[in-house]
Design a binder for this molecule. Structure first.
Ligand code: ADP
Length: 526
């Protein structure tokens, strides 16, 4: 439907307004005021002023706002799901289970764990510094910029925002211009939950605004999006030495051994590849199946895939694509694959796509694919799954690791020992055994990629601390006038040599060491 496409492409075109268009129907839902670029510096001033107050609240007080937000979201669940579905074209079930639920669950995680994770952590002090106390403290960074994408527009904005807020930071969110209605929803939710003014600011706009906010010297940047934009943001951040977390793309492999539960593996592969129309950074994008079961596996997959229902009703399985620009990428990769010999087992080639319903791509299974094809090398972000047979464990591992990306992977076999061994050899930030994608929804686990899939982690303990300055402190009572390693050095060198040989060598000689220590103390007091 070219009309839909031109409307969608126009989303970011207007100078002052973003158009929210439902990609499944082509209907314009709302126009949203853009945040003026000239107000970027004022936004940072407001954020820093708000951060002073917000960071001085006790954690319990901050988390009371989180609880309010959770209750508010629970009350408005149906409305939230409706907004997400109409802004993205995804089914309401997917909006609920994959976009809203992870935010609610993250809120619970923060409410239950943030105080423990961000409170002062005592640590041991080496024997030589006897009498001192050591601890780690977590301090807010200041104004955190979150730039978010369109595929899971709620959770990929709100979870980093909440991580930053838990740490006492103020947040500026630049949501994706492709899904501006969800950006507006987030703004309204924080306002209605009563968060103090400017603790959260939502700047609606396109990539020019994103670039201006990046240049505006935030204290930390959290970005989710394409590798291309991630590199631009990282280059800008490097100029001002601004720390970042980058959550980028994936080309996730799924390895199925012949002893796997085939029925489960087929169902997992179909969901892993086609949920959200494949527009998931962790979706299954390469399927490696052990040769003895390859033909049966492909046949069973075909049988089930042709039964999937596309549409935007409550009982439909696959919604529409969200961004027309992504449609072009899927088309190009398919054309490249078919030119190089790939065959479609389900779905249609772009030439046959229904032009009146173009945002709904029929799920495509591809065979006869090889590693020279873009469909195996580049992120597709669409409902396409290429399948390749393999003959040995080593071959499967090598093919899985032969990628610029390393976000997520899965291994399927009834031999759990073998599964863990294979997972240990995969170069990836996340992995699942006999399951797909699932680690991202366990908020206790860190989430992030290796290689071009990203830098840094959020979720989990480390992912919360990442939004804070980590301060290492050693404290002395201040009663004695000296330290043994301070001046004067006179008389101490040989004593130190013996002392260190004693305490770091195999034979501790504690009695002699204590005497050497006391002799050094005597010289230190002179
Ligand atoms: P996609 O192509 O999937 O939309 P992008 O990486 O282009 O992914 O976009 C992700 C987010 O990054 C969006 O919010 C977008 O507006 C923003 N963005 C795009 N280009 C830039 C840029 N140069 N600087 C900062 N943000 C940008």
């Amino acid at each position: 439907m070219p009309e839909v496409k031109s409307k969608l492409s126009a989303k970011a075109a207007s100078a002052q307004k973003l158009q929210a268009v439902n990609p499944a129907t082509g209907r314009i839902i709302k126009e949203i005021d853009e945040f003026p670029i000239k107000q970027v510096s004022a936004a940072y001033q407001n954020a820093r002023a708000a951060e002073k107050e917000w960071s001085s609240l006790r954690m319990k007080e901050r988390l009371a706002y989180f609880r309010e937000l959770r209750y508010l979201m629970s009350r408005k669940l149906e409305q939230i799901v409706q907004i997400i579905s109409s802004d993205t074209g995804k089914t309401k079930t997917e909006a609920l289970t994959a976009d809203v639920m992870p935010v609610l669950d993250a809120l619970v995680y923060f409410e239950q764990n943030a105080e423990r994770i961000l409170s002062r952590q005592s640590t041991s002090t080496p024997l030589l510094f006897l009498g001192k106390k050591s601890y780690i403290e977590y301090m807010s960074r200041g104004a955190v910029l979150v730039i978010s994408p369109w595929n899971f527009p709620l959770q990929l904005a709100m979870i980093p925002m909440l991580s930053a807020l838990a740490g006492g930071n103020a947040v500026i969110l630049k949501p994706s211009e492709v899904t501006p209605l969800v950006g507006l929803l987030i703004e309204v939710l924080f306002k209605e939950a009563g968060f103090p003014e400017h603790t959260v600011q939502v700047a609606h706009g396109g990539k020019e605004l994103g670039a201006a906010l990046t240049k505006g010297k935030p204290d930390f940047i959290f970005f989710t999006g394409s590798v291309k934009t991630g590199k631009i943001i990282q280059a800008q951040a490097a100029r001002d030495l601004i720390p970042t977390i980058l959550e980028l793309g994936g080309k996730d492999p799924m390895i199925v051994f012949k002893d796997a539960n085939i029925e489960r593996a087929v169902n997992g592969a179909i969901w892993g590849a086609f949920t959200n129309s494949g527009q998931v950074c962790m979706s299954t994008e390469r399927l490696y199946v052990e040769r003895p079961i390859y033909n049966a596996f492909v046949a069973k997959m075909r049988e089930k895939v042709i039964q999937l229902k596309q549409g935007y009703g409550d009982n439909d399985d696959i919604g529409s694509m969200t961004s027309p620009l992504q449609l072009d990428i899927v088309k190009e990769q398919l054309e490249d694959a078919v030119c190089k010999g790939a065959k479609l087992i389900t779905g249609e080639l772009p030439d046959y796509w229904d032009s009146s319903n173009e945002m709904f791509i029929k799920p495509i299974i591809l065979v006869d694919v090889n590693e020279d094809m873009d469909i195996i090398k580049e992120e597709t972000f669409g409902p396409v799954i290429p399948i390749i047979p393999f003959d040995s464990e080593e071959e499967a591992i090598n093919m899985a690791n032969n990628s610029l990306y390393g976000l997520n992977a899965s291994v399927w076999t009834n031999d759990l020992e073998k599964a863990e061994k294979v997972v240990s050899k995969l170069v990836t930030g996340n992995a699942a055994i006999n399951d797909v994608m699932v680690s991202v929804v366990n908020h206790g686990l860190p989430f992030g990629g290796v290689k071009q899939s990203g830098i840094g982690r959020y979720h989990g303990e480390g992912g919360l601390r990442a939004f804070c300055h980590e301060k290492a402190v050693m404290a002395d009572t201040g009663k004695k006038n000296y330290e043994i390693q301070w001046y004067p050095y006179k008389g101490k060198h040989q004593l130190f040599l013996k002392l260190f040989q004693n305490i770091f060598g195999p034979d501790k000689k504690w009695g002699e060491s204590a005497k050497l220590y006391l002799d050094i103390v005597k010289y230190s007091k002179k």
